[in-house]
Design a protein around this ligand. Structure first.
Ligand code: GCU
Length: 499
């Protein structure tokens, strides 16, 4: 069975109201979401096609209510009390004037279309550089004991493990030491897929759920290998299983990501994160997290959904290493948005990922958390997204400075492997400038490890790619998408994977 990726998609729909470019919940929007999630919903035996809009809304409100209870339990466990004495947003003196509220939503917008929300900690979204700074970033090359890291050995033996420990304990949660066995099965092979251009394999990783049969996660892979391949080829793995555009959205000119990858003679695979773990706090008693915990609530340092997805991706990588058509030393990972966060985290946690492309990942991805711009820790700690993270992460709601690590150190964990970080000019919610600054912060680690970093501390103009070094960045002119950067990424990746 496939775990509930449906919620994932609908959660996106709901969440997307928190993003200017991404959507307004409308009838076409709803249809698009339904189209995208239908298979996943069916897998969960919830038939959305027979539901009315009202029933659907009620269904997702129920999920949210369940998540609310789980989150509250964690807050109680941590002794966190969130103030409930805020004035209504409409009369809140801290709200910028001239914002308009989207009807039926808690989102506000400025004339440029940027989204503003007020967090439970009373903070409003900021898009003013004058109010974004004033933070101090931890130095990735200073050990916890205050000494400076001067050589690669100290990085590998001491500093990297220290940073990793902070991320695991406090931020994304620990992946359990003993996870269930996964057995892979190729369930279908189509030797003439894509008009004969590719061999398509459908692969399922069966996760042993004998310790808790109520949870039924799996690893769902779709792999396309160029039909002309004569030996093992490089592979790009796309996290999330969907690579747009949504039906009805303007189609960018040119070939899709899959076409571009296949045209290079490389293989292309998608991994469905929804099958590994539901994208909702309502699913933490199921999926791989529920399975390992036997349905019980998480402890504060246990893994959140992003770490669970990263674990599942590593299992997919185990499979790819056994597939003779794939060159196991040249396997890259790409993800966009919440999957951009995942691709980055997966790349940090598993050094077998040879290259990482993290698109528009924003908060708790590649953008600096201590910087006040667009989405912040306070938003991710809210009921719609807290499940991505460890319970301990809730401690940093309203206390950003106390988070012991920041995004530049997550990027640094990928070093010395090549990484490409992107943002979009019209995707300020994801804070492209904060992503660039995180790359700047990771740069010294790349250089320490003998690699060429960014080469500048100055934000490049839109569409100007910084791809000379092994740490690459580009802010495209446009919105929340990975499609515009694929050609640039593939050119960058060819330096490592060959043609
Ligand atoms: C929301 C969320 C982001 C996330 C995005 C997505 O906008 O706030 O953090 O990246 O959804 O995954 O689409």
């Amino acid at each position: 069975m496939t775990a509930p990726g449906n919620k994932q998609i609908i959660v996106i729909l709901v969440r997307r109201t928190a993003n200017p470019i991404r959507c307004v919940v409308s009838v076409p929007g709803l249809l698009i979401a339904l189209f995208l999630c239908s298979g996943l919903l069916q897998a969960q035996k919830v038939n959305i096609w027979t539901m009315s809009r009202e029933e659907l809304a009620a269904y997702f409100a129920k999920l949210r209510a369940v998540a609310q209870v789980d989150r509250q339990k964690m807050l109680d466990l941590l002794g966190i009390r969130i103030q409930d004495s805020l004035p209504p947003p409409t009369t809140d003196p801290n709200r910028l004037p001239n914002l308009t509220q989207l009807k039926g939503s808690t989102n506000w917008y400025d004339a440029a279309g940027n989204t503003y929300v007020r967090s439970e900690w009373g903070t409003w979204t900021n898009y003013d550089e004058a109010k974004a700074g004033g933070y101090t970033l931890p130095d990735p090359l200073i050990l916890n004991n205050g000494r400076t890291v001067r050589d690669a050995e100290t990085w590998w033996k001491q500093r990297r493990p220290e940073i990793l420990e902070h991320f695991e304990k406090e931020v994304y949660g620990r992946i359990p030491k003993a996870t269930p066995k996964v057995t892979f099965e190729v369930t279908e092979t189509d030797t003439s897929a894509l008009e004969g251009r590719a061999v398509k394999k459908t692969v399922v990783g069966h996760i042993d759920n004998s310790r808790y049969p109520a949870a039924t996660p799996s690893i769902e892979i779709t792999l396309y290998v160029p039909a002309k391949a004569t030996g093992p080829v490089p592979l790009m793995v796309i996290v999330g299983g969907f690579f747009g555009p949504f039906p009805g959205q303007p189609r960018p000119q040119g070939p899709s990501a899959m076409d571009q990858v296949l045209a290079l003679g490389w293989a292309f695979a998608t991994v469905d994160t929804g099958a590994i773990q539901m994208d909702s706090g309502a699913g933490l008693d199921k999926g791989i997290i529920g399975l390992v915990n036997r349905g019980r609530s998480r402890k504060p340092d246990q893994w959140g959904v992003l770490a669970a997805w990263s674990w599942g991706l590593s299992r997919a990588l185990d499979y790819f290493e056994t597939d003779k058509s794939i060159d196991s030393k040249r396997i890259g990972i790409e993800g966009h948005s919440r999957w951009g966060k995942t691709a980055l985290l997966a790349g940090a946690l598993d050094r077998r990922w040879a290259i990482v492309y993290s698109s528009c990942s924003g908060s708790m991805g590649a953008s600096l958390e201590k910087r006040n711009w667009g989405e912040t820790i306070d938003n991710v700690a809210g009921v719609d997204e807290y499940h991505w993270m460890a319970g301990n992460f809730l401690k940093f709601g309203g206390h950003w400075a106390e988070m012991p690590v920041d995004a530049h150190e997550l990027i640094a964990l990928v070093a010395p492997r090549p990484i490409f970080v992107t943002g979009g000019t019209q995707d300020q919610w994801s804070d492209p400038h904060g992503e660039f600054l995180a790359c700047v912060g990771a740069d010294p680690v790349y250089r320490l490890l003998g690699k060429k970093g960014l080469g500048t501390t100055e934000m490049p103009a839109p569409d100007v790619a910084l791809t000379e070094g092994d740490l690459a960045f580009r802010e495209h002119e446009g919105g929340h998408t990975d499609l515009l950067d694929w050609p640039v990424f593939l050119k960058f990746a060819q330096r490592y994977f060959g043609k």
